[in-house]
Design a protein around this ligand. Structure first.
Ligand code: URA
Length: 433
């Protein structure tokens, strides 16, 4: 195999063979193909696309570029969820205990936040003592005992994707459906669960801004999962505005616990029940109606909250914080963003709100930034809400007073107003299974 020939082939829109893809990924992972040739290849894929067969082969090659997790001991019950990333997206904290309370075996690896998006691992680390790194045997033992474990992504899982993603990030080739689909699904396949539910976000705070692209991405990932023998479904959901009211790690944990207590924002509760039902349907062999009933009962009857408490304790987290969320405390400095005039909120750019939260200290500007669990934003008002001049729209929290002004400006600029009524946008656009 000569990398030059493969680039030439893809440049002219020809399909690469399974053998060529396998060799290319193995050689790139081993450091035998330089980044400049691989970036030419990713750009050729960006413009020429890939057939389904090529995407399946690429996913398979990346999934097998490192360790794979064996969850066969859990039979058909093992289940994972993945969100393509958003702002205020704390669904994993709510969905996974609901599913475990219904009998699913949730074995999940999650990421950290970068840029405007948050990460589940950072949120969980708001609990003093919570361990996001477990040995493989500890991880599976916890899933066996508790039905639920969430850890950080292992560096040895799909290392080809790790390298390729870093390259795509700096060569403007992230937003390619074959490359995103193979990147996400290679990690999900290597992580070993029998069922996978994908939450594909669509809108200003997501990779996919338009519904057509989000549907195409979701359908591609579902086909990849099925071609590899996994029960796979995707939910396409709205990320034109942040999910719920809280953006920031400990604040999101508190909001997630509100939902588990039967309170909390309706949009968050709705998307969580949609995702949890799909996961229970696939992993426990229930009909859609039975799964919807079981998940609603687990949430409303307190079983999901009890499972959440058990899970936090199993992973070393201080469960006193579950019983008394005020222990998380409040950041030292706060500010309010107020409505400049009377009107109705037309839109709230999720990416910009996420960036404002990052500026306050809730997210990372670079991989090595240290995050502050108490920093973040409460969105008091959201699109379609009516406001009077001077009403509080958002409250900002930080330990670094000097960030408040810049963050407040970002929040103000993220909002648009109108004097007409605004129709609520749908939260779940489509479910693909
Ligand atoms: N998330 C991933 O893991 N990979 C992508 O390519 C995009 C989002």
């Amino acid at each position: 195999m000569r990398m030059y020939d493969l680039i030439e082939k893809k440049k002219h829109g020809e399909a690469l063979t399974a053998e060529e893809i396998r060799e290319m990924i193995a050689a790139y992972t081993a450091g035998d193909i330089p980044d400049y040739q691989m970036s030419a290849m990713t750009m050729a894929i960006y413009f020429q696309g890939m057939t389904d067969r090529e995407i399946f082969d690429l996913t398979d090659a990346m999934a097998h570029s490192g360790d794979t997790v064996d969850l066969s001991a859990f039979g058909d019950r093992s289940v994972d969820k993945h969100s393509t990333g958003g702002v205020g997206d704390k669904t994993t904290l709510i969905v996974t205990p609901i599913v475990a309370a219904c009998g699913g075996m949730v074995a999940k690896m999650s990421g950290r936040g970068l840029g405007h998006t948050g990460g589940t691992v950072d949120k969980l680390e708001s609990f003093p003592g919570f361990r996001t790194s477990l040995e493989p045997a500890e991880f599976t033992a916890q899933v066996t005992r508790c039905g639920l474990a969430v850890i950080g992504q292992s560096a040895d899982l799909a290392p080809a994707d790790k390298k390729l993603y870093a390259l795509r990030d700096v060569t403007a080739t992230v937003d390619s459906i074959p490359l995103i689909a193979s990147s996400i699904m290679s990690k999900k396949l290597a992580a070993g669960t029998k069922s996978i539910v994908l939450d594909v976000k669509c809108g200003s705070g997501a990779f996919m801004h338009g519904l057509d692209n989000a549907v195409a991405l979701a359908e591609t990932m579902v086909r990849i999962g099925k071609a590899h023998g996994r029960n796979t479904a995707a939910v396409i959901s709205n990320m034109d505005r942040p999910l719920g009211h809280a953006i920031g790690n400990a604040m999101e944990v508190c909001e997630a616990m509100e939902v588990l207590r039967g309170e909390g924002p309706d949009d968050l509760r709705e998307i969580c029940l949609t995702l949890a039902s799909k996961m229970v349907e696939l992993s426990c062999g229930l009909s859609a109606d039975e799964a919807a009933k079981a998940t609603a009962e687990a949430l409303n009857g307190g079983k999901a909250l009890a499972k959440f408490r058990e899970w936090i304790g199993e992973q070393g987290g201080d469960t006193a914080y579950v019983d008394d969320p005020s222990l998380f405390g409040v950041a030292a400095y706060t500010a309010e963003v107020k409505a400049p005039a009377a009107g109705v909120i037309l839109s709230c750019n999720a990416e910009q709100i996420g960036t404002a939260a990052m500026v306050l200290g809730a997210g990372r500007q670079t991989k090595d930034s240290v995050i502050d669990p108490r920093a973040g934003i409460t969105l008091v008002k959201k699109p379609a809400d009516t406001v009077k001049a001077g009403d509080v729209i958002a409250r900002l929290y930080t330990e670094k007073a000097e960030t408040l002004e810049a963050a407040a400006k970002l929040v103000q600029e993220a909002l648009t107003f109108t004097d007409r009524p605004v129709e609520q946008q749908p939260l779940v656009y489509r479910v693909i299974s």
